[in-house]
Design a protein around this ligand. Structure first.
Ligand SMILES: Nc1ncnc2c1ncn2[C@@H]1O[C@H](COP(=O)(O)OP(=O)(O)OP(=O)(O)O)[C@@H](O)[C@H]1O
Ligand SMILES: *[C@@H]1O[C@H](CO)[C@@H](O)[C@H](O)[C@H]1NC(C)=O
Ligand SMILES: *[C@@H]1O[C@H](CO)[C@@H](O)[C@H](O)[C@H]1NC(C)=O
Ligand SMILES: *[C@@H]1O[C@H](CO)[C@@H](O)[C@H](O)[C@H]1NC(C)=O
Ligand SMILES: *[C@@H]1O[C@H](CO)[C@@H](O)[C@H](O)[C@H]1NC(C)=O
Ligand SMILES: *[C@@H]1O[C@H](CO)[C@@H](O)[C@H](O)[C@H]1NC(C)=O
Length: 672
């Protein structure tokens, strides 16, 4: 029952005199109590920010717009204390409801406050400041504000205990006491979720004599719990001004939360008038109420999303076109099956990521890939080429090489062309290149049996290139790093990017010397002419390399170059040929190893006509023919010794640097 005090007068609705369905208005400047149970339609609250009274009479503090703040203040002030005495007792009660998209996306809360008349809410911030203070005014004693916060968000700057709590605030948002939302029922704590879209009631009492603040809450309709949720000894005498206003502040942040007050009552020096729950306006139902608003929000959001999506797709398409752009010409049609799409290669190698890098050679980088459709493992070699010249012939050659099939060749599967770039696709060799097995400490020592099998395999692969194909193919770059090992540790000759072809019997007029230092036959320095016998020379060096486990050329500490072939010959002259065998090999077949060393020396003979051809080499290696009787002192090697003594080593030293040989990529065709 509302009672008139001092200059307060109440106009009671005639039908419900007995109940508190009262609309009180203030006559004069100080009132003692009020109660709003039947809605706020004629409450004459002072509203600020987003606050509004809905047609149904609800006090709607926020309407779902982001980063809003709201204030609703009872128009008349209350006298909280005399200048010299303690703050008076007062009580307040209200029913509220918070509607959020969901509990985790909710912000920020409601504060019932007592504030001095001059308090400037316009400088308060929304979001976690709940329209109450701002970042600089928070906690300032000059504020003279007091409040009870219902906070649906946890803010560490205010030492919030959780994202669903009730707090007693003095001059700021760092609560002097707080507790998770809930209530005690028969001594047992029951959870409440502030943002549960259910109406809840709060009771606040300040005992001026006992200097005690208590807060209780319960679901709307339930009696006030006997045991309060919060009880804090606090003297508000220095906080509150003589006269002050009561009201609500609220704010949203990045979520479209709605904060409502359904009913409210207040009294000085006594319990707040009871709120008649039955008379309260109803909270909007979350579903249907929101739909029209969603209808307003969705079109612009959808339009923006659509424009963004279209833009993103356009950017992706352009990027994709650039990323996967290839060079394709009419003449390539006939090579169709060997042409790979750059997109597939890009995908296969995870975008040519370093993670997929197998190695870097003189001509470019080699990546491991898995072809999307066939799941076939491949090695993708990117070779840069700056000239279009001879490309057709080169591609024809690549395709022709792709038709080569031998168990000791690393199969070339196809190619792809881009601007300034040629991409070659080879069968993937899981055990990598032979040089790594010979020189890397990380790999186990390759035993002699495997080494000899690799030597024999490469010999038979080379024989196939030289003699068993419709054209003579000169590999031109035989070396340990171009010998790859498949899953069964079979040697496979790789790197056909450099191989060139010339018709059997025809003269190859080469303009550039291709190959690698240490493996170049001396006559290449004079003639620039690659022949099957220059391959035999390189193969001889390769055999010595594999058997001795040493690189063809090494440098000692004084910078002197040291040729592996000379060193082996020297051992042989001293009658201890097997000393040349790799020291890491504790067990090996002495006959096979000496055969490899002698044959290696014979193949790498400086005079090309002293070298055997690959057919003979294969026969010697297979034991089908005995190696000619050789001694390090017979005339075959006399000349070698002579050349060494006279400084003919320079013949073995190549002229071109590996980089120079890059040019050869585009001049291959002219080398036919
Ligand atoms: N088919 C393959 N399977 C597995 N790894 C490969 C394959 N082809 C090449 N590699 C790896 O990539 C590395 C580089 O190969 P690449 O043939 O480009 O260079 P190289 O033989 O060292 O030098 P060059 O280009 O002068 O012949 C090799 O050492 C090898 O480890
Ligand atoms: C509402 O309050 C304003 C001042 O805030 C006052 O001027 C006006 O007369 C009040 N109206 C009623 C109906 O009380
Ligand atoms: C919410 O309130 C703000 C401020 O009063 C207003 O601009 C906006 O249109 C309102 N939005 C809705 C959906 O009512
Ligand atoms: C001071 O407050 C008391 C009640 O707390 C009241 O009786 C007294 O009249 C007040 N004095 C003034 C000057 O307002
Ligand atoms: C915070 O509020 C105070 C008091 O209204 C004001 O003086 C100050 O400028 C505000 N600070 C900011 C950062 O807005
Ligand atoms: C309170 O709510 C939390 C999470 O919703 C739940 O884990 C807990 O069991 C609840 N406690 C009580 C007492 O209901």
């Amino acid at each position: 029952m509302p009672q008139a005090h001092e200059k307060l007068s109440c106009f009671l609705t005639p039908l419900f005199v007995a109940v508190s369905l009262a609309i009180c208005s203030v006559v004069g400047d100080v009132s003692e109590q009020f109660v709003y149970s039947g809605g706020f339609a004629s409450a004459n609250l002072t509203l600020g920010g987003a606050a509004a009274v809905t047609p149904a009479g609800l006090l709607e503090l926020t309407n779902g717009t982001l980063r809003q703040k709201a204030h609703a203040i009872h128009p008349a002030p209350f006298r909280f204390r005399n200048a010299s005495t303690a703050a008076r007792s007062f009580s307040a009660s209200f029913v509220f409801g918070i509607l959020c998209p969901d509990d985790d996306n909710c912000g920020h809360g409601i504060i019932l406050f007592v504030a001095p008349g001059g308090y400037d809410f316009s400088t308060a911030f929304p979001s976690q400041y709940i329209g109450f203070v701002n970042s600089t005014s928070n906690g300032a004693a000059a504020n003279h504000i007091f409040g009870v916060e219902l906070d649906t968000d946890q803010n560490n700057e205010f030492r919030d205990i959780d994202g669903n709590h009730v707090g007693i605030d003095v001059d700021g948002l760092t609560s002097v006491a707080s507790a998770s939302a809930g209530y005690f029922h028969d001594g047992v704590f029951e959870n409440l979720t502030l943002s549960s879209r259910k109406a809840m009631q709060v009771w606040l009492d300040y005992d001026g004599a006992g200097k005690q603040i208590t807060v209780a809450m319960a679901p709307a309709g339930m009696a006030r719990p006997v045991k309060p949720l919060l009880s804090s000894a606090y003297d508000l005498s220095t906080v509150l001004t003589d006269t002050a206003y009561v009201g609500f502040s609220s704010a949203t942040g990045s979520f479209n939360s709605r904060h409502y007050v359904l009913g409210w009552s207040f009294a000085m020096d006594g319990p707040a008038p009871a709120i008649d729950i039955a008379q309260l306006p109803k909270l909007p139902r979350f579903g249907p109420k929101r739909r029209p608003n969603l209808g307003k929000i969705i079109p612009p959001v959808a339009t923006a999303a659509f424009i963004l999506a279209v833009g993103a797709v356009a950017v992706l398409l352009v990027r994709r076109r650039l990323r996967y752009r290839e060079v394709r010409e009419d003449w390539e049609v006939e090579f169709g099956p060997h042409r790979f799409s750059y997109k597939d290669l890009f995908r296969a190698t995870n975008g040519f990521k370093d993670r997929n890098l197998l190695g870097v050679g003189g001509f470019g980088r080699v990546y491991k890939g898995v072809l999307p459709a066939s799941k076939l493992e491949v090695a993708v070699k990117k070779v840069s080429h700056d000239s279009q010249q001879g490309m057709k012939e080169f591609v024809a050659e690549v395709v022709s090489i792709g038709r080569l099939q031998h168990r000791n060749l690393a199969q070339l599967l196809g190619y792809c062309r881009r601007k300034g770039e040629l991409v070659l696709i080879y069968e993937y060799m899981p055990n990598g290149s032979l040089d790594k097995h010979l020189y890397s400490d990380e790999k186990p020592v390759l035993d002699w049996e495997k080494r000899f099998r690799v030597i024999k395999g490469i010999a038979s692969g080379l024989l196939y290139l030289h003699e068993e194909w419709e054209k003579v193919i000169i590999h031109r770059d035989i070396k340990a790093s171009n010998v790859l090992l498949d899953g069964e540790m079979n040697g496979r000759l790789g790197d056909f990017g450099l191989a060139t072809m010339y018709d059997r019997g025809a003269n190859a007029q080469t303009t550039h010397v291709v190959g690698t230092i240490g493996y170049l036959a001396p006559e290449l320095g004079r003639t620039n002419k690659a022949t099957p016998l220059t391959d035999v020379f390189a193969f001889g060096i390769f055999m010595l390399e594999v058997t001795c486990g040493q690189r063809p050329i090494t440098q000692n500490s004084r910078g002197e170059q040291h040729m592996l072939a000379d060193w082996v010959l020297d051992r042989w002259r001293k009658g201890s040929l097997t000393e040349a065998v790799d020291a890491k090999l504790h067990e090996y077949d002495v006959d096979e190893a000496s055969l490899a060393l002698k044959l290696g020396l014979l193949c790498s003979h400086p005079l090309s006509n002293s070298r055997p051809d690959m057919r003979q080499v294969v026969r010697y290696l297979n034991g089908d023919a005995p190696l000619p009787e050789l001694t390090p002192t017979n005339e075959t090697f006399q000349i070698l010794a002579l050349m060494q003594n006279e400084g003919f080593d320079s013949y073995v030293m190549p002229h071109p640097s590996p980089m120079e040989s890059v040019n050869t990529m585009s001049s291959l065709a002219s080398e036919k």
